[in-house]
Design a protein around this ligand. Sequence first.
Ligand code: CP
Length: 303
Amino acid sequence: MRSLIDILELSTEELDSLLATADDIIANPQKYAHKCDGKKLATLFFEPSTRTRLSFEAAMYELGGNVLGFSEAQSSSAAKGESVADTAKTVSCYADIIAMRHPKEGAPLVASMNASIPVINAGDGGHNHPTQTLADLLTIHREKGHFDNLTVGLCGDLKFGRTVHSLISALRRYNNVKFVFISPNELKIPSYVKESLKKEGIKYTETTDLEAVMPELDILYMTRVQRERFFNEEDYLRLKDSYILTPEKLTNAKADLSILHPLPRVNEISVAIDNDPRACYFKQVLYGKFMRMALILMLLEVE
Ligand code: CP
C-alpha cells in the first residue's frame, strides 16, 4: 500500500506514466467511467479549499466511485480534540483512500503512518501540495509538449507558497530547466531550496523586478500572498499587492508564454488577462481533476 505525501516520492517514470494516463482519460473518458465502482474516497479537509476538494470528489465520481468526508475541522471530531492519527484509523474503516488537507505541516504524513489505506496529501501548511504540482505539470506538458530547456518564472509569495516548493521539486529533475525567482525581499524562496539547487548545478536567478525578466520566461507561475501564514496583518497588507499582472506588463513577454496560477487568485492577475491565449490557469484547474483521477487509479492499483 502506498500514499503520496511529497512529489519527490514519485519517480520521473511514474510522473510520465501519470501524465500519459491523464492524457488518455481526457481522450477516452468512458474507458475510465467504472474503474472505481464500489470504491470510496474520504476527503478530510481541516483547511478551506474549493479546487482541491471538489476536484478530488469530481475525480472519484468520474471513476465510478463514491465520496464521503468533511470540509472543515469544526464539523469533525478534531473539534473535540481527536488526533490526526485516530482520525486516520477511524476513516480507514469506512473508505478505500483518503485525501487530506491540514494547516499543520506533516499532518498527512502522520495520517499515512496510522491509516490502513492510502493517504494523499492535499496540502499541509506551507510545506507541500503534490497534487497541485501534478496539475501544474500536466498544464505545462500539454502547453509545451516537454519540460526540458524551459525558463520558469515563479512570482509572488515564494516563502510560504507550498505549490511553489512542490513544483520546483518536480521540475528540477528535467534537463536544463532554469528558475527565475521573483518576489519581495520578505517573501524570498527559502535558503534550503537555493542551496539544494546550487548543489545540483541547477540554474536560478532572484529578482524583485517582474517586468525586467518577463522577456526570458517560457512559464510564468503567479502566486497569491498567503495571508493565512502571516503572523502580522500589517505585513500582509503591505506585501499583498507586490505583483499584479496586467496586459501592459505582458508587452515584452514571449508570444508563447504560458501563465499559470494555482488559484485562488486575489489580485495577482488582472481579469483583463483571462481571455489572453497565454492564460492557462483555468485549464490548470481542469487538468488537476484528470491528474487526481490518474493518481487515485495508481494508488488503488486499478488496472
Ligand atoms: N490550488 C488550490 O489548492 O486551491 P484550493 O485551495 O481552492 O483547493
